[in-house]
Design a binder for this molecule. Structure first.
Ligand code: NAD
Length: 329
């Protein structure tokens, strides 16, 4: 049986990526939507052939519990709403995919993990790169130490934000932070999956060149992470630079990705030679995998716990920006 997915929040990512990707999935399909905007409900219903009985708003969302068409709820809302809707979905008896960053902080993430466990529902985070072949090659090269121990990782992710100055992404209460939460999370995770280890401490600094625009949230953040293996790991995130690379140096070789984190196609080199790996529709692979996990009652390779690990690092980076010191993770 193909499982039914309901998207919650029909913004840029749902409309631009997830709904189109759901036209290419084998194990799941776009069965329902949850939106606060009646006009969007109508357009989506026509475009994707969604029956009226599978359309919800934020108020009547909990009655999704009685809808057998919906197996999985996919939360694609501003960050501050992730926790509430993940917990409501699990309590309504649905399995959940929640977008990154998982929540405002690691404590909220832990509550989400506990609530899904309590409801006996699977939880996965929208970490599409774990299903992406260039990224999987980097994981293999790094974690299996194909060129020996990794000695250095340098990685960056960012884009030049010139959008709506009133958007939720610039409001601390809704976004939790700026470039670090939105883009830096990929670079933090990139270092983690290259090394296959968890960082123990971090020191961070920041730069703001447009303080009038980034009033509430961070613009550009630089960090150094301490890993148990002793590799030198640096990273940066930005809402003011177009960055997107991961470079790893090992004892007997090197490998890199650039672009490293987007969904418009990744590219990479191993010891200076092109990887020659095909790109795929990452979101289709990610959602199909989760549908299989649900069918087999198997934990996703990107469970809620993976979101907790990244948010612990993010929390420590914000603490370090405050203290100016190394902070334990
Ligand atoms: P967006 O602003 O385009 O869409 C957000 C949606 O939430 C809109 O439909 C909006 O109407 C709705 N919404 C409900 N309550 C709101 C409120 N109080 N304020 C503002 N909007 C409200 O954002 P997006 O780019 O679609 O991002 C949504 C989530 O998806 C975020 O967590 C983001 O990090 C994530 N995302 C992930 C990827 C990825 O590659 N995995 C890419 C883009 C976005």
């Amino acid at each position: 049986k193909r499982l039914g997915i309901a998207l919650v929040g029909l913004g840029g990512y749902s409309g631009g990526q997830l709904a189109p990707a759901l036209q290419h999935t084998q194990n799941c399909y776009l069965a329902g939507i949850v939106t606060g905007t009646p006009a969007k409900a109508e357009t989506w219903s026509k475009k994707y052939n969604i029956p009226q009985k599978n359309i919800y708003n934020y108020q009547n969302f909990d009655s999704i519990a009685h809808n057998p068409d919906i197996d999985i709820v996919y939360v694609v809302l501003p960050v501050s709403m992730h926790k509430e809707f993940t917990i409501r979905a699990a309590n309504a008896g649905k399995h959940v995919i929640c977008e990154k960053p998982m929540a405002l902080n690691a404590a909220d993430c832990r509550e989400m993990v506990a609530a899904c466990k309590q409801a006996n529902k699977l939880l996965s985070i929208g970490y599409r790169l774990h299903f992406e072949p260039h990224t999987q090659e980097v994981m293999r090269l790094g974690q299996k130490q194909v060129f020996g121990k990794i000695t250095k990782v340098d990685t960056a992710n960012g884009f030049t934000y010139n959008g709506d100055p009133n958007a939720w992404r610039l409001k601390k209460a809704l976004a939790g932070g700026g470039g670090l939460m939105d883009m830096g999370i990929y670079a933090i995770q990139g270092a983690r999956y290259t090394l296959g280890q968890e960082p123990v401490a971090v020191k961070a600094t920041q730069e703001k060149t447009r303080p009038d625009f980034f009033k509430e949230v961070d613009e550009t953040v630089f960090w150094e992470l301490k890993f148990p293996g002793g590799a030198k790991v640096t990273g940066k995130s930005s809402y003011n630079h177009d960055w997107g690379y991961l470079r790893a140096t090992a004892e007997k070789g090197s490998f890199e990705l650039e672009p490293a984190y987007g969904y418009g196609g990744l590219d990479g080199k191993v010891n200076g030679k092109p990887m020659q790996i095909h790109n795929i529709i990452q979101q289709a692979a990610q959602m199909d995998d989760f549908a299989t996990c649900v069918t087999l009652n198997k934990t996703s390779r990107v469970p809620g716990e993976e979101g907790v690990k990244d948010m612990k690092v993010v929390d420590a980076i914000y603490r370090s920006l405050e203290s100016g010191k190394w902070e334990k993770i």
